[in-house]
Write a new protein. Structure first.
Length: 705
């Protein structure tokens, strides 16, 4: 007898029954999590599966505790694995586009697949102290983005405190690194969850903060405190609703803490000090990570990817990388079969391929790439998370890149983090962005990635000069010529950041040469980079002169110009900044020439103040001649600027003190040395008397004479 097909009404009824069953399971899971042990087990599930809703995390906790990687049948088949016969799927609620009408979906954990256990995808976690150091910076950024400051200092009781009136988090300064970051995680949770205005009562707020801190620490690779959770605030008849509300607030807080917006100081001098502190702290952190990795034989970079979220698990990272890799293979194949795109590449670069780089073409269709990757087994959530797809106005998935020549952008591991591309024509239609890149994802962070750096590590290691330029296609054009004397890199359509400079400096012993475009915008960008370099004594860089006739590097090469000669003629950052300050004086009309001269002298003095005495004396003598001032006057202004700049950023000294108490005295000394502008006691003495003692010169009065 043929099986009768269900009517639409019967299907809807069956679906409603399944949803009711899962909702009952959800209530049962919440009831079992009202104990301290059950709640801790639930939080372990949240830490292992970031991004799940509170309800689905409770369902996973009830059905498959300890799950680490959940996919459907097709997802595991695409990964080359099979769900074992007899395994029951983990039932979850999927809202889709209509939250009021969810449906039940079944996923399977990797432990339910076979035939063999999966090969581990990562090395052991990096040292806990290094993980704590990185998490401290991340949590501090979360607090600062909400207008709160983080301070180390004495406390009369407890290990930490939030002061809502001053918007300050205070952590006891006698704690070691691990306990300090545990305390900070707890206090930041209070801030993110708005406990100072929520009115939930002390027991409830402490439970929420302790829970959010527990998950944050576990996900970051830092051991959480062993104290039991106080579940008294969700007991009694209202236990299940209260627990589900608490679970939802904790999940919401974790999501809000994953993407802290950077605070932008308004004052230029403060911005310089903040940038200097960030770069110095980053370099100290990197040295500590490298030392920990070498001592354990493990690459610290493989412990987890910390970009947009607190920690990206190895499994999640592998999914995104594989999706990008498969997309690049598709784009490469399309480029070879699209003459218009292929001819444009040859026109721009002179060649069809650039050794070490991957080029491709995204076809003009709306879903060409999405359809291809779905066919390879990549789920929609991965395509969205990788930035390869986006939702249309009808909530369907469409390609992000359409009718564009694309270039793969690699991260520090050498994996494809994303793409950047432009239409294959010099005439870009109005309203169409000339360049389009992958949006911000857990892999793709424009503030950290430098285009061309991973591809040219070998060339840099062989002594090539690192050349920081503006355009992606300029990088390709220079690399295509195969000149071993230079290694071009570029930021991805954003301002150069301290992280960019630190990454480039760590790859080479040669000074960085900055060669941005010669127009007004390019020269303003060059000045910003010069100030970043000048503020950090660990960075070595030079500024190349602007190319003639508004050429960019690619067009300069096309006319037969040589970049190597331009690189050789580059000048030091302090001299370039000084020349620019004096040139600005000469080009400015001002009714009071003395006032204009004083302003220029102060600017020059600020540039020369951090330098060694010998270098400062040499440049000051040149400045005195060009400004028409006595040498003593310039020397006095520089000395005054040196005295004002002696105080180092407070938070680096606090970090140094904390490390010293933890036994890391060598790292602490590095932090102090890196952060603090050099004082006269640290610098070599020179014979000239005006530089060996403070000259008592009233600069303004002398100019008026």
């Amino acid at each position: 007898m043929a099986t009768r097909r269900l009517t639409l009404e019967e299907r809807a009824s069956k679906r409603a029954e399944r949803v009711t069953e899962v909702r009952q399971l959800l209530d049962d899971a919440a009831a079992s999590a009202t104990t301290a042990a059950g709640w801790r087990s639930y939080l372990d599930t949240v830490a292992g599966l970031p991004g799940f809703s509170a309800a689905n995390a409770l369902l996973v906790y009830a059905q498959q505790p300890g799950a680490t990687d959940l996919r459907d049948y097709d997802g595991w088949a695409a990964a080359g694995r099979q769900v074992r016969r007899g395994e029951r799927g983990v039932k979850l609620l999927h809202a889709g586009s209509d939250a009021s009408s969810p449906r039940v979906v079944s996923l399977f954990d990797v432990a339910q697949t076979g035939p063999e256990a999966p090969t581990p995808t990562s090395a052991p976690a990096i040292a806990e102290r290094v993980a704590a150091d990185r998490l401290w910076d991340r949590l501090s950024a979360v607090a600062e983005a909400r207008g709160w400051s983080v301070r180390l200092g004495p406390l009369t009781d407890g290990t930490g405190r939030t002061d809502a009136l001053r918007r300050e988090i205070r952590v006891r300064d006698s704690l070691d690194d691990i306990d300090a970051v545990r305390t900070l995680a707890h206090e930041v949770a209070h801030v993110v969850l708005d406990h100072h205005t929520a009115g939930l009562g002390p027991s409830r707020t402490e439970l929420e903060a302790a829970s959010m801190a527990y998950v944050t620490l576990r996900a970051a690779g830092v051991s959480a405190p062993a104290a039991e959770f106080d579940m008294s605030s969700i007991g009694g008849a209202a236990g299940v609703p209260a627990l589900r509300e608490t679970a939802a607030r904790v999940i919401q807080g974790l999501a809000q803490a994953r993407h802290p917006a950077p605070a932008v100081p308004n004052d230029a001098a403060l911005a310089t000090r903040v940038e200097r502190g960030r770069v110095a702290a980053a370099r100290v952190r990197e040295r500590a990570e490298l030392g920990a990795a070498r001592s354990t034989g493990v690459s610290a970079a493989r412990g987890g990817e910390e970009q947009g979220s607190l920690v990206l698990s190895p499994t999640e990272r592998a999914r995104l990388v594989q999706a990008n890799t498969d997309a690049m293979a598709f784009f490469t194949e399309q480029l070879a079969g699209t003459p218009r795109a292929h001819d444009y590449v040859v026109q721009r670069l002179g060649v069809a391929e650039v050794p070490g780089f991957q080029l491709g073409y995204a076809p003009a269709g709306w879903t060409s790439m999405v359809d291809h990757l779905r066919g390879l087994g990549h789920p929609d959530d991965v395509l969205l998370a990788a930035g390869l797809a986006q939702r249309s106005s009808r909530e369907t998935l469409i390609d992000r890149f359409r009718d564009r020549v694309l270039v793969a952008v690699r991260d520090g591991h050498g994996d494809i983090a994303g793409f950047i591309g432009r239409p294959p024509s010099d005439r870009v239609p109005e309203g169409v962005p000339k360049y389009l890149n992958t949006p911000a994802t857990d892999l793709f962070d424009k503030s950290r990635l430098l285009f061309g750096l991973p591809e040219q590590r070998e060339r840099l290691a062989s002594g090539a000069r690192p050349l920081l330029i503006e355009g992606v296609f300029d990088v390709l054009a220079i690399a295509a010529r195969g000149d071993a004397r230079v290694a071009p890199v570029a930021a991805l359509g954003t301002s150069v950041t301290p992280a960019h400079l630190a990454a480039l400096a760590d790859t080479t012993d040669e000074p960085i040469v900055v060669q941005l475009d010669g127009d007004a915008a390019g020269q303003a960008a060059t000045e910003r980079v010069a100030h970043l370099v000048h503020a950090n004594p660990d960075l070595r860089a030079e500024i190349a002169s602007a190319l003639p006739d508004d050429h960019d590097p690619a067009s300069w090469l096309a006319t037969g110009g040589e970049l190597a000669r331009v690189v050789e003629d580059a000048e030091s950052v302090p001299r370039w900044l000084m020349d620019r300050a004096i040139a600005r004086l000469e080009a400015t009309e001002h009714s009071d020439e003395v006032e204009k001269q004083v302003a220029t002298l102060r600017s020059v003095a600020g540039i020369l103040a951090p330098l060694s005495l010998s270098e400062a004396a040499s440049l000051a003598a040149d400045a005195a001649t060009r400004l028409g001032l006595p040498a003593d006057t310039v020397a006095g202004a520089v000395w005054d600027a040196r005295e004002r700049a002696k105080e180092a950023p407070r938070h680096l000294y606090e970090r140094a003190a904390r490390r010293a108490r933890s036994g890391e005295r060598e790292t602490a000394e590095r932090a102090k040395t890196t952060a603090a502008p050099r004082s006269s006691a640290d610098l070599p003495a020179v014979a000239h008397d005006r530089w060996s003692r403070p000259p008592h010169v009233n600069t303004a009065r002398h100019l008026h004479r």
